[in-house]
Design a protein around this ligand. Sequence first.
Ligand code: NAP
Length: 259
Amino acid sequence: MDIRLSGRSALVCGASKGIGAASARALAGLGARVVALARSADALREVVAELPGEGHQALVADLSQGDALAAALEPVLAAHGPLHILVNNCGGPKGGPIVEAREEEFLAAMQNHLLAAVRLSRLLLPGMREAGYGRIINIISTSVKVPIPNLGVSNTTRAAVANWAKTLSREVAADGVTVNNVLPGFTRTERLLTLMAGAAKRLGQTPAETEAAWMRSVPAGRFARPAEVAAGVAFLASPAASYINGINLPVDGGRTGCL
Ligand SMILES: NC(=O)c1ccc[n+]([C@@H]2O[C@H](COP(=O)([O-])OP(=O)(O)OC[C@H]3O[C@@H](n4cnc5c(N)ncnc54)[C@H](OP(=O)(O)O)[C@@H]3O)[C@@H](O)[C@H]2O)c1
């Protein structure tokens, strides 16, 4: 099975920590040259410095600023040539009851997740098509299968991304480009710790009680390590996944209760 990514370049968004940083490590581990994007310059440089292999680069940019994002990417494309792999990933929207979510929260989430992915894909697709090799992988959520209570803005935005991705996958398939979604379950990152702290407060529990309750909902009996989610990303990015297109891949320890 061919999972090597030598000679391939990847843009990984939200790569300063969590699932994005782990994805950068997994792709670099298979031989890809990685451009790691996020807002925090120092954290990003630390991630890039520790990536295996050579030619990696930090790109400090904000996914919410579409025009500035495109401008920041221009010199990278000029220097690197085509970026064959795009991992669309950004910090998750704030939780809370959907009736209380403000319109600005929906707009911000759509900007960071849907519109950033749309913009980056448009910029990278010509190079992918020319190379006859492209992999667009969106980190979204199991909420596209079963909406998660108290994450209404996220649920709404992920559904939009999943439908955009499915539509795009059919338009670019004949050019050697695939578009797939990875749906993480509970994964031990800052995002999860923030959500657990919020839930504990709301329910009048200790953080340890909330953690134990959440773990009981996972058949595997534990949370994922970011590297386990990144393994799904890396496989979908590889030559071996060439005929897998337009899918949602849950990486959730069996938690999602539907097919
Ligand atoms: N962890 C879980 O259990 C879980 C479960 C299901 C779904 N997910 C989803 O998976 C995605 C990744 O989760 P995670 O747990 O790895 O999150 P995380 O630890 O909060 O990391 C988020 C990453 O996104 C970057 N980021 C945030 N806003 C950005 C912006 N405007 N522009 C550029 N980069 C930005 C952050 O870096 P900077 O702050 O440096 O910009 C960071 O690198 C999220 O969408 C999350 O909702 C996570």
